[in-house]
Every structure is written in C-alpha cells, then in structure tokens.
Design a binder for this molecule. Sequence first.
Ligand SMILES: O=C(O)C1=C[C@@H](OP(=O)(O)O)[C@@H](O)[C@H](O)C1
Ligand SMILES: C=C(OP(=O)(O)O)C(=O)O
Length: 426
Amino acid sequence: MLRVRQAQKIEGTICVPGDKSISHRAVMFGALANGTTTIEGFLPGADCLSTISCFRSMGIAIEQQDDKVTVQGKGWYGLQEPSEHLEVGNSGTTIRLMAGIMSTQPFHVVMEGDESIAKRPMRRVIGPLRQMGAKIDGRKDGEFTPLSIRGGDLQAITYQSPVASAQVKSAILLAGLQAKGVTSVTEPHLSRDHTERMLQAFGVQVLRDGLTVSVEGGQELQGRAISVPGDISSAAFLIAAVMVVPGSSLLIENVGINPSRTGIIDVVKAMGGSLELLNERIVNEEPVADLLVTHSELHGIEIAGDLIPRLIDEIPVIAVMASQAKGKTVIRDAEELKVKETDRIATVVSQLSKFGAKVTPTDDGMIIEGQTPLTAATIDSHGDHRIGMAMAIAGLAASGETVVENDEAIDVSFPGFGQLLEKVSK
Ligand SMILES: O=C(O)C1=C[C@@H](OP(=O)(O)O)[C@@H](O)[C@H](O)C1
Ligand SMILES: C=C(OP(=O)(O)O)C(=O)O
C-alpha cells in the first residue's frame, strides 16, 4: 500500500526512469538486428521486462542490470520457435508490436498476458496482419488473447488506420519490413513516432509523407548503442505535483521531448503553468531536455483533436491538475481511454470522485470542475499504474492521508515512484 500525506511543498532536482516506449523498441529491434545492441537508461519496469523475457524465450541472449541492457541480435530470422507461450504480462505495447514481428516468422507462437490484457482489443492489429498473409487467431475471431500466430510469406499493404495508435502503426510497419513490396500506414492523427525514429537509427529507410509512413520489405537492422531518455509520461506526474502544491518547483533532468509526446507540456502552458525547457539536445534521433517546472495558478481549458494522441497516457493526471485549476476543463475525442489497462474514463471518475472532486464522464472524455478542495481517500489502482500514480498526486493536494491500494501496479512503468515522491515532498 502506498500512503501519501498532503505536501507543504514539492522541491528538488530529479530524474525519472527511462521511456517505456523507447525501451521496448530498443530491446525488440536489438533482438532482430545483426550484432550487439547496448542500451543505457532502459526502464526496468514490469512491462519492458516482459519484452525481454519474450525474446529470451526465442533464444536471444539478453543481459540486464538495472538500466543497462546488452542484446545479442542474431538478425531478423535468428529467433527460434519458443517451447512455451510468450507471456506479455500487463503490456499492450509488447503484445501488439510483437504480433507484427511474429507475423514474419516461419513458426508458431501463442501470446497471452494478464486479466487486463485479456480485455484489450487486438483485432486492430490482427486485421491488417491477416490481410498481409499472417495466420492469426484468438478468442472472438482474434479480438482477444490468447493470440496464436503462424507467420511467414507476407505481402505489403496500404493501410488506412481508423485509430491514431502507435501500436497499430508499429505492428504493421514491423511486419512490412519482411513483406514483399512497400507497406504504408496512414493514421487519422499523428501518434508517437518512436518506431520510425529508432528504425532509422538501426539503419532502416523509413519514408514519411504527412500522416503516411512507408517501409520497403527486405531491410536489415544493424545493432547499435541506444541511450534512452527519461519518460515524459512519468515526468507528467511530477509536473502535476508541482502544479497542485503551491510554492513548489522541480528541475526534471533528461526528459524525452519528442513532439508526438509533448501534449502535456502544451497543456500545462495553456493552463497558465510555468514550464521551461533547458539544455535541449538530440540523442539517438530523439529530442531531450531538462524541464524546469514552477508552481503557477492554473485555469481550465478544452483538450481535444490532434492533441489527444500526444498526451493520451497523461489524461488521468491532467484530470487531477484540472480539479485544482480555475474554471472547467473539458476533455473530448479521447474514447481510446476506454481500452487502456482499465477504462480510464470510468476509473478516473470513480477514484478522483472519492477525494470530493467533481468529474463527469462523457462518451469520449470527461468534464472536470476546478478549484475543488480535496479530502484524503482510500483509492484502488484497479491494477492500472497510471490510475495509482495520478491518485497519489491528488493525495499531495488532499487534506489528511491518502492510501493507494494495489499500488504494485505502479512498477509497470515507474519503479521507485513512491520513494521519489517522498524525496521531493516537504
Ligand atoms: O507504442 C507505444 O509505445 C504506446 C502507444 C500508446 O498506445 P496506442 O498505440 O494503443 O495508442 C500508449 O498509450 C502506450 O502507453 C504506449
Ligand atoms: C496504455 C499503456 O501501455 P500499454 O498499452 O503498453 O499497456 C500505458 O502505459 O499507459
């Protein structure tokens, strides 16, 4: 159980753990590349450890010590048929990106995960991969896990994705790397583009034309050194902590500021928050900076459209900030929240309301009334890391002691969250 007391002030200079999206991709691409890949700044969270364990089951030697990883890649076809099911735990990124990779392999695998994964939609990736020629099945005609995949002999496709999802886009592009012809994916809004950037870092040619990305089949990856920046989605909890506790300030060093992920920075600034980017630089095709965040009085705004995929995982903690801002915040076009680790519209509403916040669910988002005094509560993460952390941040602004039950879920993306929060809380 995580206990959080109302904070007088949040202060310090900190780093957050490595980016989850980039860490997954570094292991996957390293396993498929020719030669050794070394990773520093890797996120040793449960989700990325699931990715490592899946590739170890297919005969790839991977050493991992905290945030340092070495992957001995054996080339795209160096993977062996696993003798057991591949366990993805709680990780949507692992199962969906690997569905694309497994579709290229001339063997059979079964992939499954925890209770939450069993409820998440898979046809969004299985559909296009079947069109390319992979044989894939799962419960309810491939909508749910376990997924059974027999790959090989793929044809390129031109795919118009109905959702802005980096997991869908990445699965198709990865399969496309071993399909005959040029595979392209067009999405309705730009989703995070770490796959495109990192494939280029591994020597692959990737073409972008507006919202369309294409790769030609038959390209090989070359192992390399990857340095993973801090995860902006994890930094978001600390940014919100500063904004809900008057008199606070934090310097958060070495955070990834890829424009497809910086919706949280745009929203904090639009709400009137003070957030400065210092020491901007590029590391392995990814922009990085230090963030200087200073408490400011916030006001409510509307969050919708193109902005949504750029901050989708941050919406639970944005709702917490909005409950303390002046006026109303309206979040629209965010129906994707319903198919994350939990239905995040429902869990934000049920858990944040326990503090006395006024949050109303809508079909595609929520409406949050601002300047609501919060009272400590006992909340349940429902096994969702982002809900557990968002509610801990609400606890910093609530009178009394908040208890977060099922807090072990936080290890999925932010090991050490509780200790870090204690360190910066005065
Ligand atoms: O590709 C990725 O690394 C991710 C993509 C997003 O999911 P969708 O592709 O389902 O939007 C995001 O919510 C998830 O945390 C990580
Ligand atoms: C949705 C998330 O991750 P995934 O889809 O990889 O489970 C998340 O980290 O908030």
